[in-house]
Design a binder for this molecule. Sequence first.
Ligand code: G3H
Ligand code: 13P
Ligand code: NA
Ligand code: ZN
Length: 310
Amino acid sequence: ALVTTTEMFKKAYEGGYAIGAFNVNNMEIIQGITEAAGEMKSPVILQVSAGARKYANHAYLIKLVEAALEVNDIPMALHLDHGADFEVCKSCIDGGFSSVMIDGSHHNFADNMELTKKVVDYAHERGVVVEGELGQLAGVEDDVNVAAEDASYTNPDQVEEFVAKTGVDSLAIAIGTSHGAFKFKPGQKPQLRFDILEEIERRLPQFPIVLHGASSVSQEYVKIIKENGGKLEDAIGIPEDMLRQAAKSSVCKINIDSDLRLAFTAGVRQALVADPTAFDPRAYLKVARSNIKELVSHKIKNVLGSDNTL
Ligand code: G3H
Ligand code: 13P
Ligand code: NA
Ligand code: ZN
């Protein structure tokens, strides 16, 4: 069934695991993710960015998720990723999503709280849950481009007031993850600020925390892409053991998009290079889809720890 994240997060918090939130843009991606979650007996969050709605159209995405639920009836949340303003959140709340993110992280503290509260009030009246964000990730966020040097970690002194005044159901924080496939400079040691996470957990006991920018950038897929005509120098992500450690804490939602893109692209490139005569899209999209499924199964089992929790 299409559900909110409330129950998922409660169980995840208690069980010391996290739910994967995977970005979806088309049928093959939705099929790969939901088949994997079904087989692993795991709940899953399908998230849609403004760019995904522009690409696929809201109506298609809603119907594709309905179809996925018909084939595989597991607890699924349909979530708006990085809602930039009240209007896009309202449109997704009115249009059948069970969860939205209002990303006011680039506003000042007071404006972020005011905007977030407005979305929470509208959403809660309609049974929809809301994710807010405090602190800024490095890298590319939808419409906002945050330079690495401007990235600022979440200030633990602000989290209690933010949650109390806005009424958000979960909180995205910045502790060193970043969006995209180039998270650390060559030679730079990947690092997450677990000390900040612990302090936030202390201030907000039992409260679900969200990690964005949490792809690991599998070097296996990077290699396949490079070997088959792609260019991807210095692509690097968050080591999986760090994410596993985060999943055991108050982190209840881990966002993954770049890893899906890499798995999908590796499949398409590999299939097309292996058979240059192929021009039936099914021939290469089925390889991409099966890579998505394999990747998501791996994440659920080895990184998130949400397998066998239904
Ligand atoms: O955080 C951003 C997500 O990876 C979505 O990316 O806006 O290109 O769809 P997108
Ligand atoms: P990645 O780019 O690390 O996959 O992050 C995705 C994300 O945070 C979507 O909101
Ligand atoms: Na957790
Ligand atoms: Zn994000």
